[in-house]
Design a protein around this ligand. Structure first.
Ligand SMILES: [Zn+2]
Length: 327
């Protein structure tokens, strides 16, 4: 039974880029997030006059999931997984343990701001950019149960990007933030082909690969609780039109508590041609939560495996939030 269409490829920055987040506009993030890629796709869909454009203004639409463009290990081409320990965020290749040193890719640039009413240069300003060419993961998932009709338009956009590149981040109209899609392949994954999570170790380690927005955003709720994992499995099974019944006994073993990060999600409002910013808080990427698994059935294994490879935890999964890694 085919359930996921996966488009996997490699992005390379052809220019410096600056991905800003929230109020700190002078700082750049290390890589474009799923939501940045989704935003760029939304613009292209509109420009190219494709029917798929209608899904983009609804940030809760998960029928296409845009994963974060995590840097790829230059040796193995595997993503560097975020790892948060003692408040320090590192990126480590899961295959060869090589660390990605984001700081080596950073530099400062300056730009001028023109005062259009006075027709003069008004001031100079500095901001951080990632200047070094790196390879990044491009991964887009389409739920075959819901989105098969979106496939043709989605591939049209991807072929357009292959020809013209993708522009993201600050001053992308001025030549910054130019990414090339070096290669991509399309793969249909059936339920039987989903890689099975091994629960026989009795210890389940869930790492947040992207910032994760939990359903209930009260300050004390930035830890992943067993009920949240179970709710997510259930939501994931429903999302793929599978029976949401399963049995798993999970207890928390190690629940690190870090202050949440502030996220601003840009919502494009088609009627007014304007943007609305949704301010929210998220559990930080790189945190690993450990659970003890005493009892589980086969459907729980299927659910957890699908949760990792085809869905995520919490809200705004289509934007790339809530991606997890188990291992
Ligand atoms: Zn590696």
């Amino acid at each position: 039974m085919d359930i996921i269409l996966q488009i996997k490829g490699i992005l390379e920055n052809k220019s410096s880029f600056a991905i800003s987040q929230g109020v700190e506009k002078r700082f750049t993030e290390d890589y474009p997030f799923g939501r940045n890629i989704r935003g760029a796709f939304g613009y292209l869909a509109k420009d190219l006059g494709l029917a798929i454009k209608d899904i983009f203004p609804d940030l809760k639409d998960n029928s296409i999931i845009f994963r974060d463009a995590i840097p790829l290990c230059y040796k193995c081409l595997e993503p560097y997984l975020p790892d948060l320990k003692n408040s320090t965020l590192k990126y480590i290749c899961a295959k060869c343990n090589q660390e990605y040193l984001a700081v080596k890719s950073r530099s400062r640039t300056s730009a001028v701001r023109l005062d259009r009413t006075m027709n003069s240069v008004n001031n100079f300003f500095n901001f951080n950019v990632i200047f070094r060419p790196n390879l990044y993961r491009f991964k887009v998932l389409l739920n075959m149960k819901k989105g098969e009709k979106l496939l043709e338009d989605l591939l049209t956009i991807i072929l357009f990007i292959q020809e013209n590149g993708l522009f993201m981040g600050r001053r992308h109209a001025k030549g910054l933030g130019h990414f090339a899609l070096k290669e991509f392949k399309t793969e249909i994954i059936s339920l039987e082909e989903i890689k099975r999570i091994d629960l026989t170790q009795k210890e389940l380690r869930i790492k947040l690969i992207s910032d994760t927005i939990f359903q209930d955003s009260g300050f004390n709720n930035f830890i992943l609780k067993p009920e949240m994992v179970k709710d997510s499995i259930q939501e994931c099974l429903k999302f793929y039109n599978l029976e949401p019944q399963f049995d798993i006994d999970l207890t928390s073993k190690n629940t690190p508590l870090y202050p949440p990060v502030q996220l601003s999600l840009l919502n494009y409002l088609e009627d007014t041609n304007n943007f609305k910013t949704i301010e929210t808080k998220a559990a930080r990427r790189g945190i690993t939560y450990t659970f003890e698994t005493k009892r589980y059935d086969d459907r729980a294994v299927v659910g957890l495996s699908l949760l990792t490879q085809g869905f995520g935890i919490g809200r705004y999964i289509g934007l790339g939030q809530g991606e997890i890694y188990i291992g």
